[in-house]
Design a protein around this ligand. Sequence first.
Ligand code: OAD
Length: 242
Amino acid sequence: MTLDAVRGWIAAADRVAVLTGAGMSAESGVPTFRDAQTGLWARFRPEDLATEAGFRADPQRVWDWYAQRREAMRHVVPNAGHLALADYARRHPGRLTLVTQNVDGLHQRAGSEGVLALHGNIVDDTWLEAPRACCTAQAPLAGRPPRCPTCGNLRRPAVVWFGEMLPLATLDAAERAAESCDLMLVVGTSGMVHPAAGLAQVAADAGARVVVLNPHPSELDAVADQVLRGTAATLLPPLLAD
Ligand code: OAD
């Protein structure tokens, strides 16, 4: 009955925004961050591995951790939830905006276009300091992390770490999607990291219905008109079938 009600909301919506978090990819075998037993932040300290200060303190450790995650992500594939979102967007051109906090690239690999990746993509890297001519002149670079042999500048993962700005144009587009949607689906996020989590409130304040899909309680349940207790790969295909 509840599922049918949400399907009705989706059918009635001219614009649907979707905000996804790590739970979206859990059924693909990508660990989440804050799940009690299996989350990465249950085993590792985010201060060490997801801040600029942590990188500066031990660049090789951080580089190697991301290299391991990159390697693991090469072996996972999109799940039925990613595929349902991509398929829905193909069948309803211009209706869905997909905003993700995930850096795993699985939405893109499932065929979703125009994904607003708020936290970057784990396959990309960038310079720690603004690059000088010497940095870009010499390739390929060696080391873990790769380092400019002239000035010592380091490559770093191009993901957004704690305390860093989100890519401005991407955040802007996500805010506009939240403000202008009729319905927002919030899938697999604890809702603890801002500004991404705030997008659900932006949508609610603008009059959109908000539906949370999550097997466990989340910070965003309070914003939701409806909470569906289930997983991304089981709920999204029936919700987006039409
Ligand atoms: P979290 O690990 O904080 O939350 C994952 C959520 O997914 C939890 O609420 C789980 O209950 C839920 N979940 C688990 N399995 C699920 C499933 N199969 N289907 C649906 N939901 C499921 O991850 P995020 O909210 O994405 O930052 O975390 C936000 C940010 O914090 C991440 O983007 C990351 C992290 O530090 C960066 O990488 C920059």
